[in-house]
Design a protein around this ligand. Structure first.
Ligand code: ADP
Ligand code: MG
Length: 266
């Protein structure tokens, strides 16, 4: 067998949106745990210096020996930096504040936007899914995420300015596609923190369908306090309270994504 046993079926997805507080990390953690519950082998890469995905997976970001920072600047391989989330049952590349210095270190490197991609390609482990939790900026970190990915999943709240912000992100994805990563595609838009009783949210939701059609995932993630509580226990919501509405929605989203990936290959 080839030295690199990377599964050909491995799907690398960025969870991105240049706005903060829109549910990226909640989606990354819960999707990772949901896919693991669906018997998939998952790696979650935390690309945000805040380290919320790391902590929310039950890993102490202050005690991390090798983080995504070391991977990006070539001090560690992906496999050397891999940790296991016992609460989520998936692997994690952790992040902490050290990562905020990576921008400066990366600038002087050749192929500075392809460091994560090279590390993922060199991994000897075979994952079904690699999920990358991006920071809320269009920085070199996010570019590394987009360059490493096959697709982008955009979590969004159905609010008044949501569509406006979205066009910036879609333009960025197009630019990365043209200049850096011809494999990149928009996988879909995930409506999160949704409250169907709010008329504005319904309106934005139907505008989304008009603009993006099938790119809008069928699954809708409701606003659910259990999802917000879970990180303080170092657990994904789908593990913390599997019977909650939020957990059930993320499990359904996992199934929908698995189906989409299958049908796109058929
Ligand atoms: P981002 O990573 O985009 O900054 P987060 O996932 O950290 O966003 O979410 C921002 C805040 O909203 C967090 O406090 C999180 O717990 C909360 N949150 C996210 N999704 C939901 C949801 N579906 N229901 C309730 N609270 C949520
Ligand atoms: Mg986040």
């Amino acid at each position: 067998m080839d030295q690199t046993v990377k599964s050909k079926d491995m799907q690398v997805f960025c969870i991105a949106n240049q706005k903060g507080g829109v549910g990226k990390t909640t989606t990354a953690i819960n999707l990772a745990a949901a896919l693991a519950k669906h018997k998939k082998k998952v790696l979650l890469v935390d690309l945000d210096p805040q380290g919320n995905a790391t902590m929310g997976s039950g890993i102490d970001k202050a005690a991390v020996e090798r983080s995504v920072y070391n991977v990006l600047i070539g001090q560690a391989t992906l496999d050397q930096a891999t940790q296991y989330s016992e609460t989520g049952n998936y692997d994690v590349i952790a992040a902490n504040r050290e990562l905020s210095g990576a921008e400066i270190d990366l600038v002087s490197m050749t192929e500075r936007d392809k460091q994560l991609r090279k590390a993922v390609e060199a991994s000897e482990k075979s994952y079904d899914f690699v999920l990358i939790d991006c920071p809320p900026t269009l920085s070199l970190l996010t570019l590394n995420g987009l360059a490493a990915a096959d697709g982008v999943i955009i979590p969004m709240q159905c609010e008044y300015f949501a569509l406006e912000g979205l066009s910036d992100l879609v333009n960025t994805i197009k630019r990365v596609y043209r200049n850096i990563n011809p494999n990149l595609s928009l996988i879909g838009l995930l409506r999160v923190m949704f409250d169907g009783r709010v008329t504005l949210q319904q309106q934005v939701s139907s505008q989304l369908h008009n603009h993006f059609g099938e790119k809008v995932f069928d699954t809708v993630i409701p606003r659910n306090v259990r999802l917000a509580e879970a990180p303080s226990y170092g657990m994904p919501g789908v593990v913390y309270d599997p019977s909650s509405r939020g957990a059930k929605a993320y499990m359904a989203f996992g199934s929908e994504l698995i189906k989409r990936v299958k049908s796109s290959k058929a």
